[in-house]
Design a protein around this ligand. Structure first.
Ligand SMILES: Nc1ncnc2c1ncn2[C@@H]1O[C@H](COP(=O)(O)OP(=O)(O)O)[C@@H](O)[C@H]1O
Ligand SMILES: [Mg+2]
Length: 405
């Protein structure tokens, strides 16, 4: 039985996974997969494919969907991966009772070639910028609705700064979001929607911190673990990172659509790397031996049944806990087990110490959150062919309306 690994430029993570899977001798072997032209009747040689790069290579994505149809288990689910974007994620997380910053989805600044004013008649113009700004407050974060890797993320302090940033976003659909002035920031690795590793993270220097740097109370960490499992259950991701910004004891979910999260030893550091590669090895072997085919498509809608829809958009306190209990009975126990398992990790994790072999490889570039590279070239292009320079208050170019606001 074979596991195929599909990768981009990253080195340390897939290499270690292949080594660990093969060392286990569990009746499953792992290798880098090789493919060329694919026919619809071609036999399928992999029981499972671990995908780290199909967001950048459409050929791979198409192949993976076909492989799923033919019974291969794909981690992560290519159908969901194709469908997700940040704004839907915030909306879903809010419905599930997670704390989410106030967020507004904005119409694009420009459009691809061929889209004319006539195609945009449904868009309100000018936008009600003052109301939007009042809702999210200042400073605010402007970022792509399906971005990644910090690309095109702006922090703006005023309407002028917002407009200047917005003007440079061209054809990207952006969200404007309340800036969470955090006391602490964590990035959580979630594996198999069961195992959660809470890693303190320093966004200013973009580096992971040792576990000892965390000031989270056990209760807060429990909530973070539970929120992480809940959102991944709903999204159906087997591997993901979820970022939280802590403000006044509340963990705000900031970024949780990272289906190919950075796992390079040089960025996550060795103790976390060991945890991640062990858990992913367990997961892939377990799925290969016992898993259900990805064709049994995971649907987020099952988490939003009619009971949930009857509830208000944002839930607080007991209401939220009740919902979480109902949604995944027994999952609280799982979260607590995950939390207990962390204690073991905490004991192991001290200041990161690099192994000899990793020191040797130090020169290699660490692959940033792989999702971040999605389609950047095209996006830089302002396809609208219109001049992008007028500073009208409307901030998007369509319709015959006058400069607004
Ligand atoms: N609402 C927010 N409040 C505070 N910081 C934020 C917020 N949104 C994003 N950031 C900062 O910007 C970084 C990049 O944003 P993120 O949503 O993670 O996008 P990406 O998918 O590009 O990583 C985050 O790691 C965080 O440091
Ligand atoms: Mg992020």
């Amino acid at each position: 039985m074979k596991i195929g690994i599909l990768v981009g430029m990253e080195e340390t993570f897939p290499a270690k996974l292949i080594e660990k899977i093969n060392d286990r001798q569990a009746g499953v072997t792992a290798e880098y997969l090789k493919i060329g032209g694919i026919g619809i009747a071609d036999p399928n040689q992999y029981r499972l494919i671990f995908d780290r790069i199909s967001h950048e290579i459409p050929f791979y994505r198409s192949y993976l969907k076909h492989a799923a149809l033919n019974g291969t288990i794909i981690v992560n689910n290519p159908f969901w991966w194709s469908a997700d974007e940040k704004f839907f994620g915030y909306s879903l997380a809010a419905r599930l009772g997670l704390a989410v910053p106030k967020t507004v989805l904005l119409p694009q600044k420009s459009y691809k070639p061929g889209v004319t004013d006539a195609s945009l008649r449904n868009l309100q113009f000018p936008l009600k910028w003052d109301e939007i700004i009042e809702h999210v407050g200042m400073p605010a974060i402007l970022k792509p609705h399906d971005g990644g890797g910090w690309r095109d993320v702006y922090k703006v302090h005023s309407k002028d700064e917002l407009w200047a940033a917005y003007d440079s976003t061209h054809t990207l659909a952006m969200v404007l979001q309340e800036f969470i002035d955090f006391d602490e920031y964590v990035r959580c690795y979630s594996v198999g929607r069961k195992h959660v590793l809470v890693m303190p993270y320093d966004p200013h220097n973009r580096r992971y911190l040792p576990r000892q740097a965390s000031t989270l109370t056990p209760d807060l960490e429990d909530r973070i673990i539970r929120d992480t499992i809940l959102i991944n259950e709903a999204l159906g991701y087997d591997l993901n990172t979820v970022e939280f910004a802590m403000r006044d004891g509340i963990p705000y979910a900031i970024d949780f659509t990272n289906p190919a999260p950075d796992a390079d030893i040089f960025s996550v550091t060795e103790p976390y790397f060991e945890w991640i590669t062990d858990r992913v090895t367990d997961l892939l072997i377990d799925y290969a031996l016992h898993g259900e085919a990805t064709a049994k498509y995971h649907r987020w809608s099952k988490w939003l049944n009619y009971d949930v829809q009857a509830l208000p958009n944002q839930m607080v306190g007991g209401e939220r806990d009740n919902l979480a209990e109902r949604l995944f009975s027994g999952m609280g126990k799982v979260a607590r087990q995950a939390s207990d398992a962390l204690t073991g990790v905490i004991d192991q994790i001290t200041e990161p110490v690099k192994s000899k072999s990793s020191r040797k490889k130090k020169g290699e570039g660490s692959e940033k959150e792989a999702k971040g590279k999605k389609g950047s070239k095209d996006r830089k292009k302002d396809g609208s062919k219109k001049k992008d320079s007028d500073k009208d208050g409307g901030k998007h170019k369509h319709g015959k309306t006058k400069k607004g606001d």
